[in-house]
Write a protein that binds this ligand. Structure first.
Ligand code: UD1
Ligand code: UDP
Length: 385
């Protein structure tokens, strides 16, 4: 019997867990490959909970998270921790996702050992190194070091080609976030959390998340001001704010919104409860990358709380609006959508979801099989020029 090729799938944070789960499951059930799921633990419970939802248990867990951790800490511990696992495992390929510090550090550890890297969700660009920070640099460097690129959209492919990535090793696959979301939607009926069951059936719900570094401090306070003004302007509105576990984020939300009627602050929601909340909401305000991709699939308008986005597809399609973090603008755009049914309908009716059909992980698996013959431990990243 032919030996299976070991593919080491690295995940570090919540979005990586959700978006890599469909690929990990596809690899696990395939006869060509042997899955090795390596969790860096850049996030702790926010990483393990979504993996558990998909019945995935890491083969290795580095557990590196510290309260208020620095980028240096995450970078250094992930490089050495992943490096040790790779020395022991000697996989044929390392698969990383997106733009986190775990992503870049795992890529470097593989590169130092001349192990090829496949980058899932490759080619996203905001073209601003300060926003999102440090993610824009993380994905630029990861793409520079990768051997295989799985671009979620044609636009991402164009970005990679512009940077001289070899066209033969780029695949446009759709985003695996939609694969995961389809599974969650099919399994979500009622929310498990009592707080969610207490949301009045008659209210209009606005779901809010924010966690980006460039919004820490002033940006987050402006978002909170906007929420307070909106509760005053529109009496039937309720806000649900699942707070990221980062203390920099939680402290601001709790201070600014802790004692307000019709504003429900809660812990990060389990992935299926969060999907329930997205479906239940009338409007989403978020700076999250993943939520920008999920909302159009669920036909929910999103006001993106950022100045630039590396996911312009939803904005171009017309289902998302880039509004930044200034409170007056957030209030103005929210009121326009919430009080004018025609304006609201424009954002959701007949709009296409540009991020995929839910079969991205199958396409990635097929691409990996086709490339199998060319995957060698010593194949270094090549360029067109
Ligand atoms: C990280 C990623 C960001 C991604 C986000 C997803 C980097 C630089 N940033 O940002 O790209 O969008 O994850 O959510 O890679 N914490 C916990 N428990 C958890 C997770 C976090 O307590 O399960 C707290 C810890 O105090 C930790 C802090 O949050 O030190 C920050 O976590 P970190 O991963 O460094 O940054 P994020 O802001 O989560
Ligand atoms: N999510 C979740 N619970 C929450 C908030 C978000 O399960 O309370 C999910 C959401 O559905 C999406 C992902 O987490 O799939 C987005 O993660 P996050 O916003 O932390 O990171 P980003 O996508 O901005 O990197």
């Amino acid at each position: 019997m032919k030996r299976r090729k070991i593919v080491c799938v690295v995940v570090g944070t919540r979005p990586e867990a959700i978006k890599m789960a469909p690929i990990a499951l596809a690899l696990k059930h395939d006869e060509t490959f042997q899955l090795h799921l390596l969790a860096t633990g850049q996030h702790a419970e926010m990483l393990l909970n979504p993996l558990a939802f998909f019945d995935l248990v890491p083969d290795d867990y580095l557990g590196i998270m510290k309260e208020r951790q620095s980028l240096d800490h995450v970078t250094a511990t992930v490089i050495t921790g992943v490096g040790d696992v790779l020395d022991r495992l000697r996989p044929s390929l390392v698969l990383v996702h997106g733009d986190t510090t775990s992503t870049l550090s795992a890529t470097l550890a593989a590169f130092y050992r001349k192990i090829p890297v496949g980058h899932v969700e490759a080619g996203l660009r905001s073209r601003d190194l300060q926003s999102p920070f440090p993610e824009e640099m993380n994905r630029l460097l990861t793409d520079r070091l990768a051997t295989y690129w799985f671009a979620p959209t044609p636009l991402a492919r164009e970005n990679l080609l512009r940077e001289d990535c070899d066209a033969e090793r780029i695949w446009v696959t759709g985003n695996t976030v939609i694969d995961a979301l389809r599974v969650a939607v099919s399994r979500v009926d009622e929310p498990s959390l009592a707080e969610l069951r207490r949301i009045p059936a008659t209210c209009r719900l606005v779901l809010v998340t924010a966690h980006r570094r460039e919004s820490w401090g002033k940006g987050l306070r402006e978002i909170c001001t906007a929420i307070r003004h909106l509760t005053e302007k529109i009496p039937e509105l309720w806000f649900l704010v699942p707070m990221h576990r980062n203390p920099e984020v939680r402290s601001v939300f709790m201070e600014e919104l802790g004692a307000f009627d019709r504003v429900a602050l809660c812990e990060p929601l389990e992935y299926p409860d969060f999907v329930w909340a997205m479906k239940r909401s009338t409007l989403i305000l978020s700076d999250s990358g993943g939520i920008q991709e999920e909302a159009p699939f669920l036909k929910k308008p999103v006001l993106v709380l950022r100045e630039v986005t590396e996911r312009p597809e939803a904005v171009l399609e017309g289902t998302a609006l880039l509004v930044g973090t200034e409170s007056s603008r957030i209030v103005r755009e929210s009121v326009r959508l919430l009080t004018n049914p025609q304006e609201y309908a424009k954002l959701v009716e007949k709009r296409r979801n540009p991020f995929g059909d839910g079969n991205a992980s199958e396409r990635i698996l097929e691409a990996l099989k086709k490339s199998l013959t060319t995957i060698s431990r010593h194949s270094e990243p090549r360029r067109n020029r």
